[in-house]
Write a protein that binds this ligand. Structure first.
Ligand code: ATR
Length: 336
């Protein structure tokens, strides 16, 4: 009895993602699953509250009330935009009263010139992945870096629960982090994490790592340096870090045999107590992650960052925290 007028009606606000290409974006599924699960919960709530005859029903109702947001009337669509139409997007979005947009490859930098305001972090990262439209004003944000921080917070807490070790460093501060890659994704991760950690950047094109290092230092993030790839020929160098992050596209489908550093050469248990993250999620487990896990590291793929950057965008648009588990399940279902 899912009534259509409860799903989409004249008050439904539009959210979306803009990119080129966009057909494979997981964002519509992730956001719509939260929105529609919430709508379903509201319907169930209505039905149950009209007919409470057992303690179980009452419990069910209380549960639904706790996990349901009253007014979350949105829908999220994907738009494939040709480069020459980018400028029109902001005007069109205002005209149509669109509430929020995600911006993805290749427009995260180019879109900035057309926005009315840009949040401080996004300005410093130099890219926007989220726009909020409010009172006719467009404001750009970047949730990638913070999404990454939330993901690694989650990873460290998982580790903490598993080992029951209260001494695990639960905050994401004061770590020694090695970031592999110096492209767009690396930039937002390095920006966020170098606020309160020591960061080392390694990249195939060393000059790009150096440029990123210099930039971050110029905005006051002092604890950053860059390192030449050759230095990792001596694998003991890796032992200097407690978090290692692959931000390059190496190992992404279909080139799944590529890895940045061959971790299989390390001795047994060499990565015990370390966290190794890959921002790739296709395949679920890259060769790099598999090798890291075999040497004892606690690993995480790119799904967590994807979900958390989306969750932060969702909150910017709706002022509500989305249900992370529902977002996660929807994507895992889609990828399986
Ligand atoms: P993204 O936005 O996903 O970060 P990007 O900006 O194109 O994408 O950056 C890609 C990163 O992967 C870069 O660090 C790139 O290294 P270079 O700066 O030397 O190009 C890295 N990368 C891509 N292919 C690579 C390869 N075959 N070997 C090593 N690094 C590679």
């Amino acid at each position: 009895n899912c009534k259509i007028n409860n799903l989409i009606n004249s008050k439904t606000k539009l959210l979306g993602v803009i990119g080129h290409p966009i057909a494979h974006s997981l964002s519509p599924i992730m956001h719509n699953s939260v929105i529609f699960q919430n709508k379903t919960n509201n319907l169930n709530k209505e039905n149950i509250s009209q007919d409470i005859n057992t303690i179980e029903k009452l419990k069910e109702l209380k549960d639904l009330e706790k996990n349901t947001i009253d007014n979350l009337n949105y829908i999220y669509l994907a738009f494939d935009i040709e480069p020459e139409n980018l400028e029109n997007i902001v005007i069109s979005a205002k005209t149509l009263n669109i509430k929020g947009l995600n911006i993805t490859v290749p427009y995260k930098i180019d879109i900035m010139q057309y926005l009315d305001e840009i949040d401080e972090d996004a300005k410093k990262i130099g890219a926007v992945n989220t726009i909020l439209f409010e009172n006719g004003i467009s404001k750009g944000y970047n949730t990638d870096g913070l999404g990454f921080r939330k993901a690694i917070e989650e990873l460290m807490e998982i580790k903490d629960n598993k080992t029951n070790n209260n001494k695990t460093n639960k905050s994401t501060k004061n770590n020694k982090i090695l970031v592999l890659g110096a492209g767009g994704a690396s930039r937002s991760i390095c920006y966020e994490m170098s606020k309160d950690n020591a960061i080392t950047i390694a990249n195939r094109t060393f000059e790009k790592a150096e440029t990123l290092e210099k930039y971050l230092k110029s905005i006051g993030h002092k604890n950053v340096n860059s390192i030449k790839l050759e230095e990792f020929e001596d694998m003991t160098k890796l032992m200097d870090y407690n978090i290692i992050i692959n931000t390059t596209s190496l190992g992404m489908y279909p080139n799944i045999d590529n890895t940045f550093i061959d971790l299989s050469k390390l001795p047994e248990n060499a990565l015990n107590g370390k966290f190794v993250v890959d921002i790739i999620y296709n395949p679920f487990e890259t060769k790099f992650l598999k090798q890291a896990s075999e040497k004892g590291a606690t690993i995480q793929n790119g799904l967590s960052m994807l979900i958390h950057q989306g969750a932060i965008s969702f909150e910017i648009w709706t002022n509500e925290k989305p249900n992370i588990d529902i977002m996660k399940k929807s994507i895992v279902n889609e990828l399986e």
